[in-house]
Write a protein that binds this ligand. Structure first.
Ligand SMILES: [Zn+2]
Length: 371
């Protein structure tokens, strides 16, 4: 019963217990039998992830005859020890919330590892939320297989192909995508609820998951193709040169227009540039502070033009205020137009409130917002 790559330790321990025909807590007690009884905080089912201290990790390695280092390669949360586990002599385990987003693994890809009552749960990392082979967007449920078919959304599959290419080509791709998601989010909250492209995707997602289109609208799938299209421009050094040249020759507004026209062309919204520039000028007159304090694209453009030969990392350290909210409820509240609580409840029942988000993955099982 080997772990699936990137599996939650709690998912694997649950599958092990099923294979042995034991309750999960009994498996942990049995694995950690010795002079000191294992201390267990929480219980299987109260949280999807289990964290183990070093003696408990060693005991599980002995039970499965697998070196802990090998288990850590496959299980991102297998080490280091969670800060809430303080006993470093006797074995200790705690069921806590995972530190980063998780999804239910693609069923056709991992069918041999599934058992009837225990699906395989995995950390998607930067871009493991789509199985292009089986054309599915993986959702998050701890009890059953949930995913959205993408046959009717070929642009999402195409965007995922570009997303993985970006990750291979650029070490900072996750930061670039997080910034791009903030740019697209700033469009979503500016009155584009009637946008027919986003509307069609929300209706399609809702039809698969059985919720309302309003509840699907805040899901990461809906603006994903635009997010990746914007990320490909923002992360392209040739575009950095073109934007700098436009600013040097014709000024900041020309550089801004150049970017917006390219975004409009790549996202199938030819009106985007004119609409955004009119909006930016109106807002600049009515809001206090500079426009860049409220607009992630203007913030980035100012950084790019001021950066010169400075390290490129500075381009992606976005203020938290500008980032796309990672919590589903926060996006519903800011998106406006619908009562918040019924939308969240509806989306939760359709497994749309968890899962992958365009945030920065900083290490195994760890996530940080881009800020
Ligand atoms: Zn698959």
């Amino acid at each position: 019963m080997p772990p699936v790559s990137q599996e939650l330790t709690g998912s694997w321990v649950g599958r092990l217990a099923q294979a042995y025909g034991l309750p999960v807590q009994d498996l942990l007690r049995g694995a950690c039998s010795g002079p000191r009884p294992v201390k267990v905080t929480g219980a299987f089912g109260t949280a999807p992830e289990v964290f183990l201290n070093e003696p408990a990790r060693a005991a599980l390695g002995r039970l499965t005859r697998t070196p802990p280092a090998r288990l850590h390669e496959l299980l991102p949360s297998f080490g280091p020890t969670h800060e809430r586990l303080t006993d470093d002599i006797g074995p200790q385990a705690g069921w806590f919330s995972p530190r980063s987003a998780w999804v239910t693994a693609c069923l056709p890809c991992t069918r041999r590892s599934w058992s009837p009552r225990q699906p395989v749960l995995v950390y998607p990392g930067a871009a493991g939320h789509v199985c292009r082979r089986h054309r599915r967007w993986l959702l998050a449920d701890a009890r059953t297989s949930v995913s959205a078919p993408l046959q009717a959304l070929p642009e999402v599959l195409a965007a995922h192909r570009h997303h993985t290419s970006l990750l291979r080509a650029r070490p900072q791709a996750a930061e670039v995508v997080a910034l791009a998601s903030a740019v697209v989010w700033s469009w979503q909250v500016q009155g584009w609820h009637g946008d027919p492209i986003w509307r069609r995707r929300a209706v399609t997602l809702a039809s698969f998951t059985g919720c309302s289109a309003a509840s699907a609208a805040a899901h990461a799938l809906v603006p994903y193709p635009e997010t990746i299209a914007v990320a490909r421009v923002l992360g392209d050094r040739h575009w950095h040169q073109r934007v700098r040249a436009a600013a040097a020759g014709q000024g900041f507004r020309a550089a801004h227009s150049l970017l917006l026209e390219e975004f409009g062309r790549r996202t199938g919204r030819p009106w985007l540039s004119d609409w955004m520039i009119a909006r930016t000028r109106t807002r600049t007159r009515t809001q206090r502070g500079s426009a860049a304090e409220h607009d992630p694209l203007l913030w980035w453009l100012e950084r790019l033009l001021a950066s010169g030969d400075a390290p490129e990392e500075e381009l992606w350290r976005m203020p938290a205020l500008l980032s796309r909210p990672s919590q589903f409820g926060d996006r519903v509240a800011l998106g406006g137009g619908s009562p918040v609580r019924p939308v969240i409840d509806d989306a939760r029942a359709a497994f749309l409130t968890g899962g992958w988000e365009p945030t920065v993955v900083t290490g195994p099982g760890e996530v940080a917002s881009c800020r």
